[in-house]
Each structure stands twice: as structure tokens, then as C-alpha cells.
Design a protein around this ligand. Structure first.
Ligand SMILES: [Zn+2]
Length: 189
């Protein structure tokens, strides 16, 4: 029987973990406070009891730094090569866990009380691997808007996504339009 607290598939799904991965890479690209990092994790389904200290931020940043090139990759071959390298170096044996009364789900880190950087990197690798397996496409990319270097997770099966947000897409469209109307017209006789 499925326990009443089981919240599969929303909170513990590979897609939720992949979304969390992209959001964490973005927040950790700056110099975030522990509170800012905690906020992102809570927004992506982690429990209120989670604490993030100053000492947690650096290992998380290192993990984000390792993951970012996967989003930079232009083709699946490169992305999977990078991911396989991380899986070989940073993950443990596949195991099922129901820590803290959650639904059963898969982990690739050493144990439920392991270091947070290890957990983040291992769970990110697992989520991206499942996503590639499922979609046979790049898991996401880096925003093409000028001055934005946020990574995004590819969603749906529409035309190739190029921007991290509607905001960036609109800004680029407006800038391209302005550039067109202000371009000098060829002289006519
Ligand atoms: Zn953007």
C-alpha cells in the first residue's frame, strides 16, 4: 500500500531534482548567503527543518561548478561524456531510501547523513542522467540573452529553448526590434 505521506511523483521526482539543480547552479553562481541557498532548496521541495550554514555554501558551490559545463554542452555526446565523468568520480552505489518518512526514492550519495555537497552533486547527476535517458535530448542550456548567464532546464518538446525565462526572451526581442528600427536606411535617389 502507498503510505499516506507519499508525495511521489511531484516532490521527489527526477524532474523536480533536475529543476532544483538548475536553480541551485544559478544561485550558487553568485555569492549567496546560506539563507538564499536554503530558500532555493525549500522552494524545490526540501523540508523546513533543513539548515544551511556558512560551511555548506562552499562545497555546494564547488558541486555547482562541476555541473555547469553539462548545461554549456552543445550536443548530447559532450553532455553525457561530462556526466559520466562526474558519475564515476562523485557517486556511490544506487540505493533506495525513505529518509524522514518520505516516499521511497533513489539516492546515489553515501548515506542519508552525508555531506551536503556530496548529496547535491550525486542527486543532480542522477536527475540529469534520468532526464537524458527519458528524453534523449540535452537536459537544458545557458540563456542566450545578452548579459544573462543563467542555466535553464529544457521543458516540453517545443522549438529549441534559448532563454532562461520569459523575461529574458522578451528583453532580447525588444532589443532586436530597436536595433532594426534604428539601423541607418540605405539612401535612395
Ligand atoms: Zn536569461
Amino acid at each position: 500500500m502507498v503510505p499516506p505521506n507519499a508525495d511521489w511523483p511531484v516532490r521527489l521526482s527526477p524532474r523536480a531534482a533536475a529543476r532544483r539543480t538548475a536553480a541551485m547552479i544559478n544561485v550558487l553562481a553568485g555569492e549567496p548567503t546560506p539563507a538564499a541557498v536554503r530558500e532555493v532548496l525549500l522552494a524545490h521541495g526540501e523540508d523546513e527543518s533543513l539548515t544551511i550554514t556558512d560551511d555548506d555554501v562552499e562545497p555546494l558551490r564547488r558541486a555547482a561548478h562541476e555541473l555547469r559545463p553539462i548545461f554549456d554542452a552543445d550536443d548530447l555526446e559532450t553532455a553525457t561524456g561530462l556526466l559520466n565523468h562526474l558519475l564515476a568520480r562523485h557517486t556511490q552505489r544506487l540505493r533506495l531510501t525513505a529518509h524522514g518518512g518520505t516516499a521511497w526514492h533513489v539516492h546515489l550519495d553515501r548515506d542519508d547523513d552525508g555531506p551536503i555537497g556530496e548529496w547535491f552533486l550525486a542527486s543532480a547527476c542522477l536527475a540529469i542522467a534520468v532526464l537524458i535517458w527519458d528524453r534523449q535530448e540535452l537536459p537544458g542550456g545557458v540563456c542566450a540573452a545578452t548579459g544573462c548567464d543563467q542555466v535553464f532546464l529544457a521543458v516540453g518538446s517545443g522549438p529549441d529553448q534559448r532563454y532562461c525565462s520569459r523575461r529574458c526572451a522578451t528583453r532580447e526581442r525588444v532589443a532586436a526590434h530597436r536595433a532594426r528600427v534604428s539601423a541607418p536606411r540605405p539612401l535612395s535617389r
